[in-house]
Design a protein around this ligand. Structure first.
Ligand code: SF4
Ligand code: SF4
Length: 147
């Protein structure tokens, strides 16, 4: 199948040697990782500013909930039973989605010490399907299985 698509895209592909698909740090040294797709402009500018001053940037690995609470948003997980993944997702986006009453779907990847099992348990108790929860949690490069 891969050969079929290689031929379709490149015509002749004899000289194409692709690398196996792995995280960037498997191939080059990575000093700093910014989450988000796209990354947050404020976080990028602050990272560049820190580096220009020879300081190591302060990148938070706390959960989205922290930013959400700093914005004094009502908690849609608690109050509306929305499947918000803020408790296990890395902050940095400014709690964008919950600020518009929309649940975080985890696009910044896991925060430090993410308690995925506890999150899954809370959402299961709220009536969400475990498979659906895992597909949300795993949508951004994770491969979490809960048995
Ligand atoms: S709405 Fe989501 S991000 Fe905000 S506090 Fe509740 S769980 Fe956390
Ligand atoms: S899905 Fe979560 S991490 Fe992504 S922008 Fe929305 S609130 Fe931020």
């Amino acid at each position: 199948m891969l050969k079929h698509w290689m031929k379709k895209v490149y015509g002749s592909f004899q000289n194409i040697n692709g690398l196996p698909s792995k995280p960037l740090e498997a191939y080059v040294n990575v000093d700093i990782k910014l989450s988000g797709c796209p990354i947050n402009a404020t976080q990028l500018l602050s990272t560049i500013a820190s580096l220009l001053k020879d300081n190591f940037p302060n990148i938070t690995h706390k959960p989205v909930c922290l930013e959400c609470k700093l914005k004094a948003n009502p908690c849609i997980l608690i109050e509306n039973n929305e499947p918000c993944l803020g408790p296990i997702t890395a902050a940095g986006c400014g709690a964008l989605c919950p600020s518009f009453a929309s649940p975080c779907y985890g696009c910044w990847g896991p925060c430090e010490g993410a308690r995925v099992d506890a999150m899954a348990s809370i959402l299961t108790k709220k009536g969400y399907d475990l498979e659906e929860i895992l597909s949300r949690i795993n949508a951004f490069g994770q491969n979490i299985k809960i048995v």
